[in-house]
Design a protein around this ligand. Structure first.
Ligand SMILES: [Zn+2]
Ligand SMILES: [Zn+2]
Length: 319
């Protein structure tokens, strides 16, 4: 089903559906399932590596149902990180396409200050992907609910587009907006997300011996690489596929350290860092794109000229 019909169906059926039980409701099933598939389809190849997930609520209808698009290197949950989301207005047949943030973890950390933190980060995001502002010109949204989550989403909104049922744009425009906002999402991630430029650089120079005078583009590539390999889903799958013994030196942490080392290993992303480019989707093929390495080998492979060359690295080891 086209994107336009997908939004149209939710916008036109949602307010009437809310009075019926959520469980087993066809619209709820649509939001959880087919709607996400339709959004992926609308993105075409731009959906590569992304996860689309919708929620009409849990137990009861949410005041604001949503369909989110996650980059698994950033988040796989609406509660954390930042992501693209369609947020459906609680009272009116209006939907916002939004570059937004997980609000739950911010609220856990900052309590009453959460909304200010979200608003500050939204402003930070607008500045970091300022080249997308003209094409995603809605900087403030309204969701028609005083519930905490919707109000936090209002604060967390960085940029996007707003559509009303009675003035829904055509399929081409909706797809263009969607591709643009996903483009801004990828650009934001590549440019360092919601973290400042200075911290990751110093972290990296400590952790992986990256020279302090490395250019911002090169540093961003490293930060991006680390983000990919620290992402929990990829790391878990890499372990599942490759096991927990170092693929370079065969160290098994549980054999050296006993029970505390059980299952401990680091995921290393094998895609050459030089090929990481802004806006280019990253695949998460754990078989070919990841290796598992012990902490030592992982630091060391990053000191070689080409951290993607595992075979070359193995040949250098003195054993
Ligand atoms: Zn090793
Ligand atoms: Zn690595």
């Amino acid at each position: 089903m086209p994107l336009r019909e997908t939004l149209q169906r939710i916008l036109s059926e949602y307010s009437a559906s809310k009075s019926a039980p959520l469980e087993g409701h066809p619209l709820a099933q649509f939001i959880r399932g087919a709607a996400g598939t339709n959004i992926s389809d609308a993105l075409g190849t731009d959906s590569e590596g992304l996860i689309v997930q919708g929620s009409p609520g849990q137990g009861n209808w949410a005041s604001v149902p949503w369909i989110s698009i996650f980059d698994p290197a950033i988040t796989t949950s609406a509660t954390r990180g930042y992501y693209v989301v369609y947020l459906f207005h609680a009272e009116e047949p209006t939907v916002h396409l939004s570059l937004n943030q997980g609000t739950t973890t911010v609220r856990q950390e900052f309590g009453a200050k959460a909304r200010d933190v979200l608003a500050d980060r939204a402003e930070f995001i607008r500045k970091r992907v300022t080249d997308f502002r003209d094409r995603l010109p809605v900087f403030a949204i309204e969701l028609g609910s005083q519930a905490r989550l919707p109000i936090d989403y209002v604060a967390g909104h960085a940029m996007g587009a707003t559509y009303r049922l009675d003035a829904l744009p055509d399929e081409v425009s909706l797809r263009r907006d969607l591709r643009t906002i996903v483009g801004s999402y990828r650009a934001l991630t590549f440019r360092g997300g919601i973290e400042g430029d200075t911290e990751p650089q110093s972290d990296l120079s400590d952790e992986f011996n990256i020279p302090a005078d490395t250019s911002i583009t090169e540093t961003r590539k490293y930060v991006f690489h680390r983000k990919i390999e620290r992402n929990r889903t990829a790391a878990k799958n890499a372990k599942k596929f490759h096991g927990t013994s170092c693929q370079a030196c065969a160290l098994d942490f549980s054999k050296r350290y006993g029970p505390i080392g059980e299952g401990f290993i680091e995921a290393h992303h094998l895609k050459p860092i030089g090929t990481l480019e802004e806006g280019v989707p990253v695949k998460y093929d754990v078989a070919s794109d990841f290796a598992v390495l012990c902490a030592n080998c992982h630091r060391m492979i990053h000191r070689t000229g080409d951290p993607s060359d595992l075979d070359g690295f193995k040949k250098r080891l003195y054993v």
